[in-house]
Ligand binder design. Structure first.
Ligand code: AMO
Length: 449
């Protein structure tokens, strides 16, 4: 649309006539005048229609929330007594000269105003197409956009090479049964659980690599922290001295992301009432056994000897660390070697424990990673012990046959990060079109075409 002015730039046009295009938020009739709040992707402005503009006032009396309009009007400073310093454009208003209706809207099924909006999650997700217009919902995804952008930015700053990981794979990288099989001509194939094996191959050629990709987990349970389709932020780096180099890179990645969100999403954090998690200078790092001991001492709950943490452990260790250090984050390392995938590096001094790690934030796991086995013979030994068929991962093994430096990497789930950073109660709130056991957008099926 030629001549269109964006609402955020209105102040540059005081005293002049401009053309705006957008949606009606709310309309208020006051005697002979009509007021309405008008929004586009850049903000909101109050419009006032005076009775002297006879055609415009006729139209203004018809318009309803979500009608799409093209509006011409003069940008005026508001009289002193009408200034509202708490809202965008609170010191100006648009005196409407003419209104063109581009698209009327049906009556809304629920209150979409900032204050009145209060939907159950299920209703919210069932009405995603409309609800996406609400500023609180938009704020979540604007923050998520910053998280993903900043991950990419930080990786590139640190010379990681971005590659595109395949979504259809013949192997199940993380093992286990949580995979979706796809019907792929006459072959067996799966939706990728993780780009793990590919990122290690790419690292062996490019030293450092990362990918932003979809991963799929056929999680049979319906929890507040699991989705079946996830945006995974994956990184892999070589020439490490120890798994701690990987941990430090992960920590600096998070620090950068938090800083970017804090700077770029001030308004979004405010509207959601969210506070950025606290990352202290050095994030506390505990072994799994230390974590279990600390939980035992503090809560008298004995999980010592368990092979992994459960959600209760994760909540409790975060509570302990927060109380002691102020940190909302904690790294846990040293899991039982046989409980993790074959590629994880065993601690040479204590091979029954590995150099794998997780990062928890506010009681929930954000990231997994660690050092990997880079020695071909050791890898082959694990392949055998894990009872894997070397023929089936030949392409992966090939990379390691020809010289690979000590290496490691990590992966974050973008939705988990968004959820914990914003203090959302359910991971579905952090996914625009969430997929879980019960939800797959039936209302978008194309079978009926
Ligand atoms: P892992 O399986 O722990 O590790 O996954 C890494 C991160 O992805 C996110 N995540 C999930 N988020 C929502 N719903 C799920 N069902 C789900 N599953 C995983 C979490 C988790 O921390 N290959 C390793 C990573 C590596 O070692 O580099 C892996 O996939 O935030």
């Amino acid at each position: 649309m030629r001549n269109r002015v964006f609402i955020k730039n209105l102040k540059e046009h005081i005293g002049k006539e401009v053309v705006l295009a957008g949606w009606v938020n709310i309309r208020r009739d006051q005697g002979k005048m009509v007021f309405f709040d008008f929004r586009d992707m850049t903000g909101i402005v109050q419009c006032v229609v005076l009775p002297s503009h006879t055609e415009a006032i006729e139209k203004a009396k018809e318009i309803r929330p979500e009608w799409v309009l093209k509006v011409s009007g003069i940008v005026n400073k508001r009289p002193e007594k009408n200034i509202n310093p708490d809202v965008q454009n609170g010191d100006i208003e648009l005196e409407v000269v003419s209104i063109e209706v581009l698209s009327p809207a049906h009556e809304l099924p629920f209150d979409m105003s900032l204050e009145g909006y209060n939907l159950e999650l299920t209703t919210e997700l069932d009405n995603r197409a409309l609800v996406l217009r609400h500023p609180k919902i938009q704020a979540v995804f604007k923050v998520q956009e910053t998280i993903i952008d900043s991950f990419r930015e930080f990786m590139k700053k640190n010379m990681f090479f971005e590659f595109q990981a395949p979504a259809i794979t013949p192997a199940t990288a993380e093992g286990g049964a949580e995979v979706f099989q796809v019907s792929y001509f006459d072959k067996k194939a799966y939706l990728t659980q993780s780009p793990q094996l590919y990122k290690q191959i790419v690292m062996s050629a490019f030293e450092r690599c990362f990918s932003v990709n979809k991963i799929f987990r056929a999680e049979p349970s319906s929890t507040t922290r699991h989705l079946t389709e996830i945006v995974s932020l994956d990184a892999e780096m070589s020439f490490i001295d120890s798994w701690e180099d990987v941990r430090d890179m992960a920590e600096e990645t998070v620090r950068f992301i938090l800083k970017q969100v804090e700077e770029k999403n001030k308004e979004h954090l405010k509207i959601l009432g969210a506070t950025i998690p606290v990352m202290i200078e050095k994030t506390p790092t505990l072994s799994l056994r230390e974590v279990q001991q600390r939980i035992f001492e503090k809560f008298k709950r004995d999980v010592r000897g368990e092979k992994d943490t459960n959600p209760e452990d994760e909540r409790q260790i975060c509570e302990i660390i927060k109380e002691e250090t102020g940190s909302d984050f904690v790294f846990i390392y040293g899991y039982p070697t046989r409980k993790k995938p074959f590629y994880v590096y065993p601690n040479p001094e204590e091979p029954e424990y590995n150099e794998g790690m997780d990062l928890l934030c506010r009681g929930v796991e954000w990231l997994s990673g660690g050092r990997r086995i880079s020695d071909y013979d050791q890898l082959m030994k694990h392949v055998e012990e894990w009872k894997m068929d070397p023929e089936k991962i030949k392409m992966f093994l090939e990379a390691f046959k020809y010289g690979v430096p000590p290496e490691g990497g990590f992966a974050f789930g973008a939705e988990r990060m968004t959820m914990q950073l914003l203090g959302l109660k359910n991971i579905r709130e952090a996914s625009m079109f969430p997929r879980d056991m019960n939800r797959i957008d039936e209302r978008l099926g194309s079978d009926g075409y």
